[in-house]
Each structure stands twice: as structure tokens, then as C-alpha cells.
Design a binder for this molecule. Structure first.
Ligand code: 0X9
Ligand code: ZN
Length: 302
């Protein structure tokens, strides 16, 4: 098991996934589809209800694209914990759907925020002699670099030298494309600000199906509001936050054809990215209410 009273290091997170695969072999599969630039294992957990049916529809969740947003991987772990260790209460969420979760997309950056620079955002691959890292959420190849992304390698929103210049974004790309057709709901966890954002992030125009996505996001916001009173803002990334191209959400929606694609910005703590350890459990359990409600709506309608 894993606690929600501490922010765990990447090695502990990977060990938890392996422990679940061992303890629940009929419902949990853990694979290592690749490594980060600094050679850390990017572990992926697939959670089923154990009925042995293959080719089910898929909910794909990831977190930790941005290194400093610690509450996001914590939330991914809480979702994993609920679906696996609290399976009896959540089995309806796994009836016709498998959940595929990548809890730490950017482990090099994540570890760097633990050992060196708490506010690091990017990956850790050197770009020039003095500047390191690419903003993984500006590195996806859909209207790449067109808006809200920097060409300056030292910038926090550096788009990368090319689209998919990073092994971590290549891995997410390949996973998303691998679920094309089966993938119905892509949810990517970030912080902070209490937003449920949907495409597009590169233009103020909305996809023709925006009402479907809005209804799912609104169901999440409503569930949180009635559970704890916390308010979330719902809308397209460009219209309620800012325009920024090259995000994983637009790619999942427009290229990998996930009909529902949402970026969830979890609550702030401390100066923003650093909730206290006492805030972890209240935040992750509140956020789970929203994730559950969104998943239920997707399951009902897709
Ligand atoms: O700027 C981002 O990448 C996200 N906000 S954060 O503060 N976590 O960095 C928002 C991304 C929204 N989606 C797109 N712009 N595609
Ligand atoms: Zn982020």
C-alpha cells in the first residue's frame, strides 16, 4: 500500500505499482513501455475488473507532465488505489472499461524537484550548454509551437527543438495512438487553479463536439461542488485559461481521437505548487469525486 500523507519519490511510486501487480494479478498489469531521458522506468498500470475480456474501451489517465505539480501524481496514485484496493466500491467503473494510468510522465523533472530545484517544470534533457529541459506540454505535434510556447530553450514553456523531441512525450504519443478507437476519455492531471479544461488549447475556436466534453467536465465540477463546496471553472483551455499549443490534451483529442479529453488543474496549496502533506488526502479525495463523476458520465454515454 501507499500513504497519502507524503509526496512519494519516483522509485517508491514504481514499487507500489509492482506491489499491486503482484497482489492483484487478475486485475492489474504493470508494464514498462519505455524510459525517461535519464533512464528511469516509465511504468504503466492497466486496471481491469478481471473478467478476462480484451479490447474494452479505455480511460487513459496521466499525471506529472510538469515536474513541480506534485499533487497530480499523488492524485493518480489515489485513483489507482481506489480502483484496485477499493475495487468492491468502484467495480462499476471497470465493467466495460479498462483504466490505463501513467502516474509520472516526467520522472526526471519530478526527481529534480525533490533533490534540487522545487519549482522545476520541464523535462531534463539538455538543449544547450546552459539550458535544460523542454515543456512536455508544449511538445506534442498538433499545431506545435503556434501559440503560447517559447522558442527560447531556457524558458519554462520551451516547445522543444522539434515536436516530440522528448522520449517522455514520444511514449505518451505512442500509447495514445495505440488506443485509437478504444480510447474514450483522456484525462491529464496538472496543478494548480481548479480548472477543468478541454480542447482546444491552440485556438479560441471550439471543436464541433464541445458540448459533449463540456457536459462531462461539468459533471465533474458539480460532483466536487456538492461534495466539498470547492468550485472548479469549466471551459476550453484557450477561453478560460490561455492559448498554448502542443499540449497532450489537444493531441489526444484531435490526433488519437479520444472523444473526451480533459486537463484537470488541481487546487493550489502553499505558494501554489506545494500543498502541505496534511492537504494531500483532502485534495486527492475531493478530486476523486470529480474524476469518478466524469468517468461515470463517459461510461454512460460513450
Ligand atoms: O500550461 C499548461 O500546460 C497547463 N497549465 S499548467 O499551469 N499546469 O502548466 C494548461 C494546459 C491546457 N491545455 C492546453 N493549452 N493545450
Ligand atoms: Zn501543468
Amino acid at each position: 500500500s501507499i500513504s497519502f500523507t507524503a509526496f512519494h519519490r519516483h522509485a517508491e511510486i514504481n514499487a507500489y505499482l509492482d506491489e499491486l501487480a503482484k497482489a492483484y494479478p487478475s486485475r492489474v498489469t504493470v508494464t514498462t513501455p519505455g524510459q525517461s531521458y535519464e533512464n528511469r522506468d516509465l511504468k504503466l498500470i492497466t486496471i481491469t475488473n478481471g473478467d478476462g475480456k480484451t479490447g474494452k474501451k479505455v480511460i487513459f489517465l496521466d499525471a506529472g507532465i510538469h515536474a513541480r505539480e506534485w499533487i497530480a501524481p499523488a492524485e493518480a496514485l489515489y485513483v489507482i488505489y481506489q480502483l484496485v484496493e477499493n475495487f468492491a466500491a468502484n467495480s462499476a467503473l471497470l465493467k466495460d472499461y479498462d483504466w490505463v494510468i501513467l502516474p509520472v510522465v516526467n520522472p526526471d523533472g519530478y526527481e529534480y524537484t525533490h533533490t534540487s530545484t522545487r519549482m522545476w517544470r520541464k523535462t531534463r534533457k539538455p538543449v544547450s550548454s546552459s539550458c535544460y529541459g523542454t515543456d512536455a506540454n508544449r511538445n506534442f505535434d498538433y499545431h506545435w509551437g503556434e501559440v503560447g510556447a517559447s522558442s527560447y530553450s531556457c524558458a519554462d514553456t520551451f516547445k522543444g527543438e522539434t515536436a516530440f523531441s522528448e522520449p517522455e512525450t514520444q511514449l505518451v504519443r505512442d500509447l495514445l495512438l495505440g488506443y485509437k478507437g478504444r480510447g474514450k476519455f483522456y484525462l491529464t492531471l496538472h496543478s494548480y487553479g481548479n480548472y477543468l479544461l478541454y480542447p482546444y488549447g491552440w485556438t479560441s475556436a471550439l471543436p464541433t463536439t464541445w458540448r459533449d466534453i463540456d457536459a462531462v467536465a461539468q459533471a465533474g465540477a458539480d460532483a466536487i461542488k456538492s461534495g466539498t463546496g470547492t468550485k472548479y471553472t469549466v471551459g476550453s483551455s484557450t477561453n478560460v485559461l490561455y492559448a498554448a499549443a502542443g499540449g497532450s490534451d489537444d493531441y489526444a483529442f484531435a490526433v488519437a481521437e479520444f472523444p473526451i479529453s480533459i486537463t484537470m488543474e488541481l487546487p493550489a496549496g502553499g505558494t501554489g505548487f506545494d500543498p502541505t502533506t496534511a492537504q494531500i488526502l483532502p485534495y486527492v479525495s475531493e478530486t476523486w469525486l470529480g474524476i469518478k463523476a466524469m468517468a461515470q458520465k463517459v461510461i454512460e454515454e460513450f
